[in-house]
Design a protein. Structure first.
Length: 141
């Protein structure tokens, strides 16, 4: 019976060709100053793909200021990108209705959904928008 090599071993030839991995199993990855895992490709950056918290755009701030008090408060705090999309599409009813449908109804089937408070805010906004702008057309937009 021929002698077999243990699995997952590398010959010296393969070890030289393979680039060194920045951190090995069992050792924690480098940590940035803010406590998130630092990226090995770009020192000082993090692996977290979320953009850093930024101030809402002028359109989003204007939208929030023109809505009744407290409307979209939880949404703006927890999902600012949704408020940005709503502000972007507000002036065009067909796009606004499509955006509201897209965020309220999961077409992909793999989303966990919004917290109840956010869902209620978005549903209320949808009903108010229909009253303020007018009913949908025969095509639903």
């Amino acid at each position: 019976m021929p002698a077999s090599r243990p699995p997952f071993t590398e010959s010296p030839r393969h070890a030289e060709a393979a680039p060194a991995h920045p951190h090995r199993i069992g050792t924690p990855p480098p940590v940035a100053a803010d406590g998130r895992a630092a990226s090995a490709e770009r020192p000082g950056t993090t692996d977290d793909r979320r953009p850093p918290a930024s101030r809402p755009s002028m359109a989003a701030r204007e939208l929030l200021s023109n809505l009744p008090d407290g409307m979209l408060q939880a949404t703006s705090e927890r999902f600012p990108h949704i408020v940005e999309a709503l502000a972007r599409d507000w002036a065009e009813p067909s796009r606004m209705n499509a955006t509201l449908d897209q965020v309220l109804f999961d077409a992909r089937g793999n989303r966990s959904g919004f917290p109840l408070e956010v869902l209620l805010e978005l549903a209320e906004l949808r009903a108010c928008y229909a009253r303020w702008v007018g009913p949908r057309t025969q095509q639903g937009r």
